[in-house]
Design a protein around this ligand. Structure first.
Ligand SMILES: Cc1cc2nc3c(=O)[nH]c(=O)nc-3n(C[C@H](O)[C@H](O)[C@H](O)COP(=O)(O)O)c2cc1C
Length: 365
C-alpha cells in the first residue's frame, strides 16, 4: 500500500474506501468494479435517489438501543445489510472471496457467493460455517453446468439459491471494452469450466462480455422452473424491477425478491430500487421478503429502504473497495461504519425497531 494512503481504520464513511481503493487497483480492475452501462445514468441515480426522500424524526422517544435485526430466508439476521454477490473478488485483493466470507463468519451474517467467483464455492462454504451462506446462481446455456452448480451448492451446505436474472445478456460496459477487461493469470473463475475461463483470459474487447456469452439468453419462467425443480434449497430472484415479475416469482415459490438494477451495470435508464420499492411493498409486503440494492452508502439509506418496505439491503461496490483496501479487516471496518450509522440514525429518528419503520417516519410536506 502506498505510504501516503490514509489508514482505513480511521475512515469515517464508505466513500473514503472508494478514494483509497482507486489508488491501489489497476485502471482495468478499477474500471471493472466501478463502471456502469452506457451513459451510466442509472449508476449515478442509484446514489442520488436515496437523497430524494427525507426522514421525519420524532423526539423524546427514549430510544437508546434500537433493534436492528431482520430475517433472510426466514432466518434471523443480526443486521439488515449484507455484502452483495460480486464477481472476481481476487481482482480486488489476493484473499478475495475468502476475506469477505471470513468477515461475515466473524459477524455471523450471511454471505452471498457469486457464480463468477475466483474461489470455489466449496472453499467459501468452509469459511462460513458459523453463518449462513447463499449461492448466487447464473443460468448457463449448458444446462448440465447450471444443474451441477446447484448440486455442488447443496452438497457444500449452502442454505439457499439467489438466481440472478437481469444479466443473461451483459450490459454495454464501455469502460471494460476500452480497458480490454480480462482476468489476469493465474486467477480463474473457479466454479466454472475450462471453456468459460478460456474466454475470459483472452485479450481484446471485454472478457466479461465473452464469458457472459455462455449465459442462457433464452431463459424464461418455464425453463427457470425446470432448472429449480430438482432442488430442495429455498430460492430467491435477484434483478427484479417490476412488481408483476415479483408476483410471478412469488407464485412459483420464491422465498425472497432482490430488487436490483445490478448496480447500474445492465440496462441503463431504468428505475432505481428506491423508486420502485413502494410499488413492490404495496402488493408483496408481508407475503415475501423484499431486499434492495444499488447506491446504498449510508446508514440512513438503509433506514429509508426499510421504511419503504424492504427487509434489508445489499452493499456492492463499497464492499469491494473495503476489501481492496484492507482485506477481511477492511470489510469488517466498512460493516462497522454502516452499523454505527444505522444505530445512530434509528436513535435520532426516535424509532426503537426496524420493524416499526414505516411511512410515519417519511417526511411529506
Ligand atoms: C463488479 C461487480 C460485479 C458484480 N457481480 C455480480 C455477480 O456476480 N452476481 C450478481 O448477482 N450480481 C453482481 N453484481 C451486482 C451486485 O450484486 C449488486 O446488485 C450491486 O453491486 C449493488 O449496487 P452497488 O454496487 O451500488 O451497491 C456485481 C456488481 C459489481 C459492482
Amino acid at each position: 500500500m502506498p505510504s501516503s494512503l490514509p489508514k482505513f481504520q480511521n475512515f469515517l464513511n464508505l466513500d473514503e474506501f472508494e478514494t483509497a481503493a482507486r489508488l491501489l487497483l489497476s485502471p482495468m480492475a478499477h474500471a471493472y468494479f466501478a463502471g456502469g452501462a452506457c451513459d451510466q445514468i442509472t449508476l449515478r441515480e442509484n446514489i442520488s435517489s436515496w437523497n430524494t426522500i427525507k426522514l421525519w424524526p420524532r423526539i423524546l422517544q427514549g430510544v437508546a438501543n434500537p433493534d436492528l435485526t431482520t430475517t433472510l430466508f426466514g432466518h434471523l439476521a443480526a443486521l439488515p445489510f449484507f455484502p452483495a454477490p460480486v464477481a472476481m473478488l481476487k481482482l480486488a485483493h489476493p484473499q478475495g472471496e475468502l476475506a469477505v466470507a471470513k468477515a461475515m463468519n466473524q459477524l455471523t451474517l450471511p454471505y452471498f457467493a457469486s457464480t463468477m467467483a475466483t474461489t470455489t464455492l466449496e472453499d467459501v462454504a468452509q469459511e462460513t460455517k458459523s453463518t449462513s451462506a447463499y449461492f448466487q446462481l447464473y443460468c448457463f446455456k449448458d444446462l448440465a453446468l447450471t444443474k451441477s452448480l446447484i448440486q455442488r451448492a447443496e452438497q457444500a451446505g449452502f442454505k439457499g439459491l439467489v438466481v440472478t436474472v437481469d444479466a443473461q445478456s451483459l450490459g454495454k460496459r464501455e469502460a471494460d471494452i476500452r480497458h480490454e477487461f480480462h482476468l489476469p493469470t493465474p486467477l480463474k473463475l473457479e466454479n466454472l469450466d475450462y471453456q468459460s475461463n478460456l474466454a475470459l483470459h483472452a485479450a481484446k474487447g471485454s472478457g466479461a462480455e465473452r464469458v457472459s456469452a455462455h449465459f442462457d439468453t433464452s431463459l424464461d419462467w418455464k425453463s427457470l422452473e425446470a432448472i429449480l425443480a430438482d432442488t430442495k434449497l429455498p430460492w430467491a430472484i435477484k434483478g427484479v424491477l417490476h412488481p408483476e415479475d415479483a408476483t410471478i416469482a412469488a407464485s412459483l415459490g420464491a422465498k425472497a425478491i432482490f430488487i436490483s438494477n445490478h448496480g447500474g451495470r445492465q440496462l441503463d435508464g431504468v428505475p432505481t430500487a428506491l423508486e420502485v420499492l413502494p410499488l413492490f411493498a404495496k402488493v408483496l409486503k408481508g407475503k415475501i421478503e423484499i431486499f434492495v440494492d444499488g447506491g446504498i452508502r449510508r446508514g440512513t439509506d438503509i433506514i429509508k429502504a426499510i421504511l419503504l418496505g424492504a427487509n434489508g439491503v445489499l452493499i456492492g461496490k463499497p464492499m469491494v473497495w473495503a476489501l481492496a483496501v484492507g482485506g477481511e479487516a477492511g470489510v469488517l471496518k466498512m460493516m462497522k461504519i454502516l452499523e454505527d450509522e444505522l444505530r445512530l440514525g434509528m436513535c435520532l429518528l426516535g424509532c426503537s425497531s426496524l420493524k416499526n419503520l414505516d411511512n410515519r417516519y417519511l417526511f411529506h410536506a
